[in-house]
Design a protein around this ligand. Structure first.
Ligand SMILES: [Zn+2]
Length: 150
């Protein structure tokens, strides 16, 4: 599979963000600052675009704390990249928190003797659904329809 170059303006249009780090060694070696251009799809899956090559990869990590890479898949071209982004946006589709506008994530719970997995939605400022749903999509739908408290 040959990877095609994807342009900066196209990844930015898809919601990628650029984070520069001040790595002076890197700056001296390459003449431009080290940066990460990426888009988070879920807390453990993100897309990474490399400035040097214009190539994009989909990266799965084990969890945010360790950040060990489980899988790295090359994204062939812009068409495929758009399809991946759409797929995840439809699947995740979480609206911002109705209380504070914060970013949200689904939380998974597998409690004790009960083998059922439950889901709920939390925002970065600790607002959450008051109950758990057995289906992640339903938890998301409930969250998205939630009226904001006055
Ligand atoms: Zn909130």
């Amino acid at each position: 599979m040959k990877q095609e170059r994807i342009y900066y303006k196209d990844v930015i249009a898809l919601g990628f963000t650029e984070t520069q780090s001040d790595d002076s060694v890197y700056l001296q070696q390459y003449g431009f600052p080290y940066c990460i251009v990426e888009k988070e799809l879920t807390p453990t899956v993100h897309l990474e675009w490399t400035k040097e090559t214009g190539f994009c990869s989909k990266i799965t990590i084990d969890n945010k704390e360790d950040g060990n890479i489980i899988e790295k898949v090359e994204v062939k071209n812009l068409g495929e990249l758009k399809r991946i982004v759409e797929e995840y946006e439809n699947k995740i589709g979480l609206l911002p928190c109705p209380f504070c506008g914060g970013k949200c994530e689904t939380e998974k719970s597998e409690s004790g003797d009960n083998p059922t997995t439950y889901y709920r939605v939390n925002c970065e400022n600790e607002h959450s659904l008051d109950w758990w749903e057995e289906d992640e999509q339903i938890a998301i739908q409930v969250w998205n329809k939630r009226p904001s408290k006055q």
